[in-house]
Design a protein around this ligand. Structure first.
Ligand SMILES: Nc1ncnc2c1ncn2[C@@H]1O[C@H](COP(=O)(O)OP(=O)(O)O)[C@@H](O)[C@H]1O
Ligand SMILES: [Mg+2]
Length: 369
């Protein structure tokens, strides 16, 4: 029955049972035309349903249902006591129904509350972890800056001495030449580590530029193009038309390069490198670097942003790449998230405040290599 059904509206109003036999009597006694018409329609509605009597199930607030009584199998009319008894039963049923509904509501509230608590706890944990990470990095940054300056001087002196030694010693000896080369390479490595360390402590005094993210990604990708080809890595770009952010160009290049290099290093036997840019639902510039490489184990996930954490062989990784990435991103009010999908690879997602609002639209540049 529709809720605007005549019978339902009537039962809601009178809040008591309607019995067909009584209706017939009422019609006979009715003095006004209007009243008769109304009673006739009621009787008709009940006849349509073959109902002898209708009892409203009245809950605390509203009509919870209707109990419809058909003809007795014996064909006899219902007794007055029988009908009264039924009314009592219906009232009890209505109360039970109300209780059941309340119970369900309480249960739903409980569920909703649990969900909300869980959600908030998760948010809190995340922001705590982020805070911890930033504090850790800030501390390391200060320490690193001091040490870096101290080490730079002796390193410079060693490099100069090496230069003079190289001049003095006989050139012909292959062994000597080889060792000089090794020393030079290692000094360069130390210098790059020091430079990276200094990056953490640097305050954001550098110039700010408008950066076309796609363009910078393309420039960065061109640096590793050959590497991708040699390693049999397929590059797939999905670029939004023109995401623009405000940041320092060199720093952003470092961010992209580190993420892309990590991705290629995770795919020594080839795979797929997906680079995507888009405007997120909360109107931020979103950049995703996904690989189909080794993935990151649960155990390592919480450590990858820590300084000097590396799973790579000595000489291959410094463990500073992601630390730097994290610091730079935070400096420009961005966020970074990582999702490892086991053997399926890893997705790094970074988000930056958008410069100006642009309609969300994804342009696809398709695979390029
Ligand atoms: N795309 C990736 N796939 C798998 N592991 C990764 C990826 N990116 C980072 N990692 C893990 O995080 C560690 C830290 O990365 P990073 O800070 O760049 O240092 P490094 O590359 O010098 O080891 C890596 O040694 C590696 O274990
Ligand atoms: Mg790295």
């Amino acid at each position: 029955l529709e809720s605007d059904n005549f019978l339902i509206r009537h039962l809601k109003k009178i809040k008591s049972a309607e019995i067909k036999e009584e209706l017939t009597l009422k019609i006979k006694d009715s003095s006004s035309k209007e009243k008769t018409a109304q009673l006739m329609q009621l009787k008709e509605e009940m006849s349509k349903m073959e109902a002898e009597a209708c009892f409203p199930l009245l809950g605390k607030e509203e009509l919870g249902g209707i109990l419809i009584l058909g003809k007795k199998t014996s064909g006899k009319p219902y007794s007055k006591q029988g009908l009264e008894l039924l009314q009592t039963l219906t009232n009890q049923a209505a109360i039970a129904l109300d209780n059941a509904r309340l119970h369900q509501e309480v249960k739903n509230w409980g569920k909703e509350l649990t969900r909300k608590v869980k959600e908030k706890t998760k948010e809190l944990r995340k922001s705590q972890a982020q805070l911890l990470q930033s504090e850790k990095l800030a501390g390391i940054g200060q320490l690193a800056a001091g040490i870096a300056h101290e080490i730079r001087n002796p390193l410079g002196i060693i490099a100069t001495s090496l230069y003079y030694l190289n001049e003095i010693l006989p050139k012909k000896k292959e062994d000597i030449k080889r060792h000089f080369q090794i020393m030079e390479t290692e000094i360069n490595r130390c210098e790059s580590i020091i430079n990276n360390l200094l990056e953490f402590s640097r305050k954001s005094t550098q110039e700010i530029e408008l950066i076309d993210v796609n363009q910078l990604l393309n420039i960065t990708l061109s640096l590793v193009e050959k590497d991708l080809f040699v390693k049999d890595i397929k590059l797939i770009k999905k670029f939004h038309h023109s995401p623009t952010i405000k940041a320092n160009m060199d720093e952003m290049k470092q961010v992209f390069l580190n993420l892309i290099l990590n991705a290629t290093q995770a795919m020594p036997r080839g795979g797929k490198l997906d680079i995507a840019t888009s405007i997120s639902k909360n109107k931020r510039v979103k950049i995703q670097v996904a690989d189909s490489g080794t993935g990151i184990s649960e155990k390592h996930l919480s450590k990858i942003f820590d300084p000097f954490f590396t799973t790579k062989a000595p000489g291959e990784g410094t463990g500073l790449g992601l630390t730097l990435v994290h610091t730079i991103i935070e400096r420009w009010e961005g966020t970074i998230q990582v999702k490892s999908q086991g053997a399926e690879g890893t997705i790094f997602t970074i988000e930056f405040p958008i410069l100006k609002e642009e309609p969300s639209q994804e342009g696809i540049n398709g695979p390029t290599s």
